[in-house]
Write a protein that binds this ligand. Sequence first.
Ligand SMILES: C[S@@+](CC[C@H](N)C(=O)[O-])C[C@H]1O[C@@H](n2cnc3c(N)ncnc32)[C@H](O)[C@@H]1O
Length: 131
Amino acid sequence: MPVDRQDNSRDRQQIMLRAIGRVISPDAVEPKEIEIAPGFANGLDGVEEHEHLWILYWMHRLADADRRMLQAHARGDTTQPERGVFALHSPMRPNPIGMTRVRLVNREGNRLLVEGLDALEGSPVLDIKSG
Ligand SMILES: C[S@@+](CC[C@H](N)C(=O)[O-])C[C@H]1O[C@@H](n2cnc3c(N)ncnc32)[C@H](O)[C@@H]1O
Protein backbone atom coordinates (compact mmCIF):
# COMPACT_ATOMS: atom_id res chain seq x y z
CA MET A 1 0.00 0.00 0.00
CA PRO A 2 1.62 3.29 -1.05
CA VAL A 3 2.15 6.28 1.23
CA ASP A 4 -0.70 8.81 1.00
CA ARG A 5 0.82 11.58 -1.11
CA GLN A 6 -1.80 14.03 0.14
CA ASP A 7 -0.43 13.85 3.69
CA ASN A 8 1.39 17.16 3.99
CA SER A 9 1.01 17.48 7.75
CA ARG A 10 3.55 19.39 9.79
CA ASP A 11 4.69 16.09 11.33
CA ARG A 12 6.39 15.18 8.07
CA GLN A 13 9.54 17.25 8.44
CA GLN A 14 12.41 16.99 6.04
CA ILE A 15 15.67 16.24 7.82
CA MET A 16 19.09 16.61 6.26
CA LEU A 17 21.66 13.97 7.20
CA ARG A 18 25.39 13.98 6.48
CA ALA A 19 27.05 10.66 5.77
CA ILE A 20 30.04 10.10 8.05
CA GLY A 21 31.52 7.48 5.74
CA ARG A 22 30.68 4.69 3.36
CA VAL A 23 30.99 0.95 2.83
CA ILE A 24 33.88 0.40 0.42
CA SER A 25 33.92 -3.40 0.08
CA PRO A 26 32.26 -5.21 -2.84
CA ASP A 27 28.94 -6.85 -2.00
CA ALA A 28 30.10 -10.46 -1.68
CA VAL A 29 33.14 -9.71 0.49
CA GLU A 30 33.23 -10.63 4.18
CA PRO A 31 34.44 -9.00 6.43
CA LYS A 32 33.61 -5.58 5.01
CA GLU A 33 35.49 -2.34 5.21
CA ILE A 34 33.96 0.99 6.19
CA GLU A 35 35.83 4.20 5.42
CA ILE A 36 35.04 7.13 7.69
CA ALA A 37 35.49 10.60 6.19
CA PRO A 38 38.59 12.33 7.64
CA GLY A 39 36.50 15.08 9.24
CA PHE A 40 34.71 12.48 11.40
CA ALA A 41 37.66 10.15 12.17
CA ASN A 42 38.21 11.54 15.69
CA GLY A 43 34.80 10.16 16.52
CA LEU A 44 36.28 6.66 16.28
CA ASP A 45 38.55 7.11 19.30
CA GLY A 46 37.87 4.28 21.75
CA VAL A 47 35.96 2.18 19.26
CA GLU A 48 38.49 -0.67 19.64
CA GLU A 49 37.25 -1.22 23.20
CA HIS A 50 34.05 -2.69 21.77
CA GLU A 51 33.67 -6.11 20.23
CA HIS A 52 30.36 -5.14 18.63
CA LEU A 53 29.10 -1.97 16.99
CA TRP A 54 25.78 -0.81 15.59
CA ILE A 55 26.13 0.52 12.05
CA LEU A 56 23.36 2.76 10.73
CA TYR A 57 23.42 3.22 6.99
CA TRP A 58 21.34 4.53 4.11
CA MET A 59 20.05 2.01 1.56
CA HIS A 60 20.91 4.29 -1.33
CA ARG A 61 20.09 1.87 -4.16
CA LEU A 62 16.37 1.72 -3.40
CA ALA A 63 14.05 3.16 -6.05
CA ASP A 64 11.60 5.94 -5.15
CA ALA A 65 8.76 3.43 -5.58
CA ASP A 66 10.31 1.22 -2.88
CA ARG A 67 10.16 4.16 -0.49
CA ARG A 68 6.42 4.45 -1.02
CA MET A 69 5.78 0.88 0.13
CA LEU A 70 4.15 0.50 3.52
CA GLN A 71 3.58 -3.25 3.37
CA ALA A 72 5.90 -6.07 2.39
CA HIS A 73 6.46 -9.80 2.76
CA ALA A 74 8.89 -10.78 5.50
CA ARG A 75 12.23 -11.71 3.88
CA GLY A 76 10.51 -11.34 0.47
CA ASP A 77 8.68 -14.63 1.05
CA THR A 78 5.45 -14.26 -0.94
CA THR A 79 3.95 -17.34 0.74
CA GLN A 80 3.75 -15.25 3.91
CA PRO A 81 1.12 -12.53 4.36
CA GLU A 82 2.15 -8.91 3.93
CA ARG A 83 2.94 -6.93 7.06
CA GLY A 84 3.47 -3.25 7.74
CA VAL A 85 7.08 -2.30 7.05
CA PHE A 86 7.42 -0.96 10.60
CA ALA A 87 6.84 -4.52 11.80
CA LEU A 88 9.63 -5.82 9.55
CA HIS A 89 13.29 -5.28 8.65
CA SER A 90 12.36 -4.90 4.98
CA PRO A 91 14.69 -2.57 3.03
CA MET A 92 11.55 -1.08 1.42
CA ARG A 93 10.40 1.71 3.72
CA PRO A 94 9.89 5.48 3.62
CA ASN A 95 13.28 6.22 5.21
CA PRO A 96 15.58 3.40 4.09
CA ILE A 97 17.83 3.32 7.14
CA GLY A 98 19.53 0.02 7.79
CA MET A 99 20.80 -0.87 11.26
CA THR A 100 23.06 -3.84 11.78
CA ARG A 101 25.02 -5.08 14.77
CA VAL A 102 28.46 -6.10 13.53
CA ARG A 103 31.63 -7.55 15.04
CA LEU A 104 34.61 -5.21 14.93
CA VAL A 105 37.55 -7.12 13.47
CA ASN A 106 40.04 -4.27 13.18
CA ARG A 107 40.45 -0.52 13.08
CA GLU A 108 43.22 1.11 11.09
CA GLY A 109 43.04 4.90 11.20
CA ASN A 110 39.75 5.93 9.62
CA ARG A 111 38.92 2.42 8.38
CA LEU A 112 36.92 -0.24 10.19
CA LEU A 113 36.87 -3.90 9.24
CA VAL A 114 33.60 -5.47 10.38
CA GLU A 115 31.90 -8.85 10.22
CA GLY A 116 28.18 -9.29 9.58
CA LEU A 117 27.37 -6.05 7.80
CA ASP A 118 24.50 -6.45 5.28
CA ALA A 119 25.02 -3.07 3.57
CA LEU A 120 25.79 -3.01 -0.15
CA GLU A 121 28.94 -1.43 -1.60
CA GLY A 122 28.83 2.34 -1.51
CA SER A 123 26.16 2.54 1.21
CA PRO A 124 26.49 5.87 3.03
CA VAL A 125 27.14 5.30 6.74
CA LEU A 126 25.02 7.59 8.91
CA ASP A 127 26.16 6.70 12.40
CA ILE A 128 28.09 4.19 14.51
CA LYS A 129 27.31 3.29 18.11
CA SER A 130 28.81 0.83 20.56
CA GLY A 131 26.87 -2.35 20.56
C1 LIG B 1 16.66 -6.77 4.92
S1 LIG B 1 17.63 -5.26 4.97
C2 LIG B 1 17.98 -5.20 6.71
C3 LIG B 1 18.97 -4.13 7.02
C4 LIG B 1 19.34 -4.02 8.50
N1 LIG B 1 19.97 -5.24 9.00
C5 LIG B 1 18.15 -3.65 9.31
O1 LIG B 1 17.62 -4.54 9.99
O2 LIG B 1 17.75 -2.50 9.30
C6 LIG B 1 19.17 -5.82 4.33
C7 LIG B 1 19.14 -5.94 2.84
O3 LIG B 1 18.97 -4.65 2.29
C8 LIG B 1 19.62 -4.58 1.05
N2 LIG B 1 20.53 -3.44 1.04
C9 LIG B 1 21.63 -3.25 1.78
N3 LIG B 1 22.24 -2.10 1.47
C10 LIG B 1 21.48 -1.53 0.51
C11 LIG B 1 21.59 -0.33 -0.23
N4 LIG B 1 22.60 0.52 -0.05
N5 LIG B 1 20.64 -0.05 -1.14
C12 LIG B 1 19.61 -0.91 -1.35
N6 LIG B 1 19.45 -2.09 -0.70
C13 LIG B 1 20.38 -2.39 0.24
C14 LIG B 1 20.40 -5.87 0.85
O4 LIG B 1 19.64 -6.70 0.01
C15 LIG B 1 20.44 -6.45 2.25
O5 LIG B 1 20.49 -7.83 2.24
